[in-house]
Design a protein around this ligand. Sequence first.
Ligand code: G6P
Length: 614
Amino acid sequence: MCGIVAYIGKNTAYPIVVNGLKRLEYRGYDSAGIVLNSGSSFTLSKTKGKVSDLEEKAENVDKVSTIAMGHTRWATHGVPSDTNSHPHLSNDESIAIVHNGIIENYEPIKKMLTSKGFQFHSETDTEVLVNLIQYFRDTEKISLTEAVRYALNEAIGAYAIAVMEAENSNKIIVGRLSSPLAIGIGKDEFYVASDASPFVEFTKEALYLEDGEMATLELGKAIDIRKIVDNTKVIPAIQELQLTLEQIEKGGYDHFMLKEIYEQPKSIMDTMRGRILVNEGIIQMAGIWDNLEKFTNASRIIIVSCGTSWHAGLIGEYLIEDLARIPVEVEYASEFRYRNPIITDKDVVIAISQSGETADTLAALKMAKEKGAFIYGICNVVDSSIARLTDAGSYTHAGPEIGVASTKAFTAQVSILSMIALKLAKHTGKISNQQFHLLASELELIPEKVEKTLKLDEQIKEISKKFVNATNFLYLGRGYNFPVALEGALKLKEISYIHAEGYPAAEMKHGPIALIDENMPVVIIATKKGHYEKVVSNIQEIKSRKGIVIAVVTEGDEQVKGMADYLIEVPETSECFTPLVTSIPLQLLSYHIAVMRGANVDQPRNLAKSVTVE
Ligand code: G6P
């Protein structure tokens, strides 16, 4: 994880880099740092904590330089501390580096460098890399660019780096392997960042470095991209950024998470826009259409993902098996990649990832590709690593998601999976034209129903007040709403730090029921379609053990009303689309509880939005 930012040009670099770091804090916020280059020496300021702490610390630092690099960290090697914070300098203080990723073979390199007299002040792998660069530059008598290339050829692991030399204030060198790196190209200036958000208001011209590439950004010269392995020249693929400033600002909301929860009618609509043609009986998705046979002839579809995206994958399994009758398996990417799974060229592997950068998902996909599977991506970030690796895919058009806890990306993923299931079901004749018409029309109504569900916000806020001091929560659901229960529990624990468990409602009696007493809040999804009567029985089981029931039910429900302590009524929809509606109150519940507990909902402790380490 971690975020890196660098600037070289004619403007004062400090505010550009610091504001850029703030936009990248979703990538980690254990520490922050900046290094400015005066043309002969570095000014370094770094601290444990957030970018706002860095601003305080750097208050008196000379900020006139027009070249600087910054870093916001999610700790991997070494505890969060001032010393372990980036940027790191080489032993002779002539080279500075910022790094996102992990250098896996740093130990033997460190040993070698130590034997040559190098000293290390931090516990980081990054300090090893910057000294390796110094070592190559000095022993081989080569330029910094060449020294970076030599060092990167020795490094095993993942990196996006930016490097500069104290004596050379018109050049920054960057390189990437498995960690994202975007370059913004202005007039006589360059921007570097882990994603394009830090420079969106300055330039629309950008390029994304590919794996195994490095670039020299030198004032007065065109960007020079090379392959790290053999220094061959690469033609820059410059593109126009679609991102806007408005998309990455809070827009009057207290938190990004709340803004993103409220954006869902629009983000779901954007994800479906132009894709559902009810009257023509068509779901228009080029990625599926062009590869229809691959899907319909697949021996099975395997969905790989992590976190919230994995929960979306579980809903995808229910949808595709239920509607299209194609076997689906859902795997945690981190398990899948290491368990020697059986994959053949008859398999379709779908990766779901908001960021498109999650290291385990990316590695799982690479493995599936090597074994001959057809690989498909469902990503939110355009041009992300997963999007570029896959044979085909569908973007969720949810817009940038900045709150670390995923909300609108989740419902956008489920919307895509709903459309894929419908398309495959229609094409294979597993549903009739009439059923298709019914379901597609219902899917089109989801944004409206989500809008209506959001009106429950005040009621949910009131309910939340009762549970600010809860220590445990259970979330239960069946069928399509079992993954929603898992996601509800994940949301709560991520941002409020209350322990929460999601469970299939019927499994409750095989364990969690032992936890139920008068202090245990149980959120249970009991919408009308989908095992309703059975869930009602589960509610009775909870009540007879004095548990506190917060029930999410279909509007107009009478039966659960008499039993539940708190009732949240959501609009009715087809059973297979209920997750798109029932997940909304659970997002709001966790949001309000977390805010009332004084937690930082957008940047929960220890988490990061984009997990680019395994
Ligand atoms: C992190 C984030 C989660 C996200 C997961 C997978 O844990 O905090 O919100 O669901 O990574 O990320 P991806 O970008 O692959 O969907």
